[in-house]
Design a protein around this ligand. Structure first.
Ligand code: FAD
Length: 167
């Protein structure tokens, strides 16, 4: 049985009771990785190799249902949460020690609406995913220059100096 310890949002540490964690496991399709699990060390890596933080739990979401389950679990247990998109924040804003990391990096779908000239990207989509789908329709977007940066982070605090900046 996995013991999970995560910091509370308002301070203090919480040992998640086994029944609550089992319920999350039952409703979650992606991987739920505690520090003792295989795959945890790889999953906690972000772009900046100087960031060496250890979340209490990594919830690798495969779709919207997983995100809902993870957010509800965190809210119900009052947990400290971080959200990971493309993982390219220089200061490592997507990962925190002893927090629950809601990892969206598997969710990379992009859907283009040609008539409206808009695109909807899933939370973990990377700039290269967006470029690939929009270029198929002859569309392009400013953004950044690195294909691996996340659309989520670029949207919230970036999206400058893309290849189209000269235009
Ligand atoms: C090599 C490199 C090249 C770069 N080039 C450019 C560039 O050309 N132009 C530019 O503007 N910026 C550039 N940046 C900066 C980059 O845009 C920002 O660091 C951006 O925040 C990275 O987003 P991310 O999703 O990859 O990062 P993350 O670390 O995953 O996320 C960054 C922040 O956004 C939040 N977040 C991410 N996705 C979501 C989501 N779906 N829902 C809620 N919160 C979310 C995270 O919680 C975190 O606080 C570059 C960065 C690097 C490392």
């Amino acid at each position: 049985m996995t013991t999970v310890q995560i910091d509370k949002a308002k301070g203090g540490q919480s040992e998640i009771d086994e029944a609550a964690f089992a319920r999350l496991q039952g409703s979650f399709r992606g991987r739920l990785l505690a520090p003792s699990d295989d795959g945890y060390e790889e999953a906690r890596k972000v772009w900046n190799g100087l960031i060496d933080r250890r979340p209490g739990l990594i919830a690798e979401c495969t779709g919207v249902a997983d995100v809902i389950a993870a957010v509800n679990f965190a809210a119900k247990n009052d947990l400290l949460v971080s959200v990971r998109g493309g993982g390219h924040s220089w200061p490592g804003h997507s990962i925190a020690d002893n927090a629950m990391m809601i990892d969206l990096s598997q969710m990379r779908g992009v859907r283009v609406d040609l008539a409206k000239k808009t695109a909807r990207a899933e939370g973990g989509a990377q700039l290269g995913d967006l470029d690939h789908e929009t270029q198929a329709f002859g569309l392009a977007t400013p953004g950044g220059v690195m294909s691996e940066t996340g659309v989520g982070g670029l949207t919230l605090g970036g999206g400058v100096q893309g290849w189209l900046v000269g235009k």
